[in-house]
Design a protein around this ligand. Structure first.
Ligand code: ACO
Length: 433
């Protein structure tokens, strides 16, 4: 992939009595990068960047974010246009293959996903091993990793066709697994996928249908579900994607890598934030409690969940679309005057005008409104991160595919600034004191 970047001169680093020239590379857009690969050999020093705040860990042509402008592009297309005019399956094709599909390609791609939605019958017994009160994310981490025990014919990462089949299997089976995690949790029978429904409709049916009556998919819900999937499909080199890449860099199979991504996503600073954001709105309860809550945030007693982002220092473009979806869903199936929605809107208004948040460039992120929307759609909070993991699977697998196909790819192996004891001799236990 080195032919896609351009040389943009060199940067000189002087350290002690050494001076090192390092190549500077330009991508198609975004900041240049200083290529420090030879730095250690030349200077005997590492770079230090915990949290990767200034480090590009890979070259990628999938997703671009301009955090200052609040721009998110998938293969060049703005997320707002994709959310308004495209759909999740088309976005999956775009992320995986680099281009929007022709009508014929779309039909073939959608068909291949539809034909892989079922799970091996033996797989269902996995769910039985969990306690009913298990968090559905715990079930996701375990069961998705277990896919590698069922689909041996697509584990060879050096075979492009097998990688492609694994990608399709993951995108197709995640809704079935996620819906089963939910059904198991609430003690209802599993609902099998239906090939005459689209991706979002099928998922909603697998979550909410019961054997006792027919389930008719509400089109507003299906549209909102599809949009939520689209908004979460990929997001550059975030923590879970980097986890997938790091796991994959050792040659681990794709199902294991995606399970690693799910584990990372579970954390409250990442995918778990929408669950926390809704809990926070419930705790605030009414708009009159907001000023007191904001004082607690400023005193750093707690964070305003659903606000702030490592990359966006402007309004998260996904939050704009999510707010619209919240409006639509609440008007159709919820209460447009839902007190939580009122609290959220007022909280946003106050925070955006408060010096603490302005100074730190803290804006709502996608999680701020997604919890309210998902809750109105009937999902319990414990399912929020599960839905995120379902949607992000395509991003993870596209990034993993890109990494495997990159000839410059190496096992990820960061170094450290060691601050522990220097070498010392072992002391027998009777001599310690
Ligand atoms: N509420 C209050 N203050 C905040 C918040 C917040 N949500 N986020 C950041 N800050 C403050 C920090 O306390 C810090 O203040 P200081 O300079 O006085 O010390 C300053 O803003 C910078 O924050 P950092 O923690 O350095 O920012 P970082 O880039 O490391 O964190 C993160 C980004 C983790 C997303 C953070 O903003 C956060 O925890 N937000 C809440 C959780 C959340 O909504 N996560 C979802 C992320 S989006 C996603 O995963 C889909």
């Amino acid at each position: 992939m080195t032919d896609t970047n351009n040389s943009a001169g060199t940067a000189t680093l002087t350290y002690g009595d050494k001076s090192v020239e390092m190549p500077v590379l330009s991508g198609s857009t975004g900041p240049d990068v200083i290529d420090i690969r030879k730095l250690y050999a030349a200077t005997d020093a590492f770079t230090y960047d915990p949290g990767f705040t200034s480090t590009a860990a890979c070259e990628s042509a999938i997703t671009f974010i301009d955090g200052d402008k609040g721009t998110l592009l998938h293969r060049g297309y703005p997320i707002g246009q994709l959310a308004a005019q495209s759909n999740f399956v088309e976005v999956c094709h775009l992320l995986l293959h680099g281009e929007l599909p022709t009508a014929e390609q779309y039909e073939k791609f959608e068909r291949s996903i539809t034909m892989h939605t079922m799970l091996h019958a033996q797989f269902d017994r996995f769910f039985e091993g969990f306690r009913r009160d298990a968090h559905p994310m715990a079930i996701m981490v375990g069961t998705v990793g277990a896919l590698s025990a069922f689909y041996h014919d697509s584990l060879d990462i050096h075979d492009a066709r097998q990688r492609e089949i694994s990608a399709i299997r993951l995108i197709a089976k995640m809704p079935t697994i996620a819906a089963r995690a939910y059904k198991y949790h609430i003690g209802q029978p599993f609902v099998s996928p239906r090939n005459d429904l689209n991706y979002a409709e099928n998922f909603l049916r697998m979550c909410f249908a019961v054997p006792a009556e027919d389930y008719v998919v509400n089109p507003v819900m299906a549209k909102a579900m599809d949009r939520i999937f689209t908004l979460h499909a990929d997001h550059e080199q975030n923590a879970s994607t980097s986890t997938v890449r790091l796991a994959g860099s050792s040659g681990a199979n794709p199902f294991a890598c995606i399970a690693a991504g799910i584990a990372c996503l579970w954390g409250p600073s990442h995918g778990g934030a929408n669950e926390e954001a809704l809990t926070m709105l419930k705790e605030i309860g009414t708009p009159d409690k907001i000023p007191e809550f904001i004082e607690g945030v400023k005193a750093k007693k707690y964070k305003l969940m659903g606000f702030g982002h490592r990359v966006y220092k402007n309004y998260d473009p996904r939050a704009t679309v999510m707010k619209e979806s919240a409006d639509e869903v609440l008007a159709a199936v919820g209460d447009p005057n839902d007190p939580l929605f009122q609290v959220a809107k007022e909280l946003e208004r106050i925070a955006l005008n408060d010096e603490y948040f302005i100074e730190r460039k803290l804006f709502p992120n996608v999680d701020f409104y997604s919890g309210i929307t998902l809750s109105a759609m009937g999902f319990p909070t414990s399912m929020f991160t599960v839905l995120f993991s379902l949607a992000r699977t395509v991003g993870w697998i596209a990034q993993w595919q890109e990494m495997i196909g990159d000839p410059t790819q190496k096992i990820g192996r960061p170094r450290q600034l060691y601050t522990g004891p220097t070498e010392r001799d072992y002391v027998p236990i009777q001599n310690r004191g």
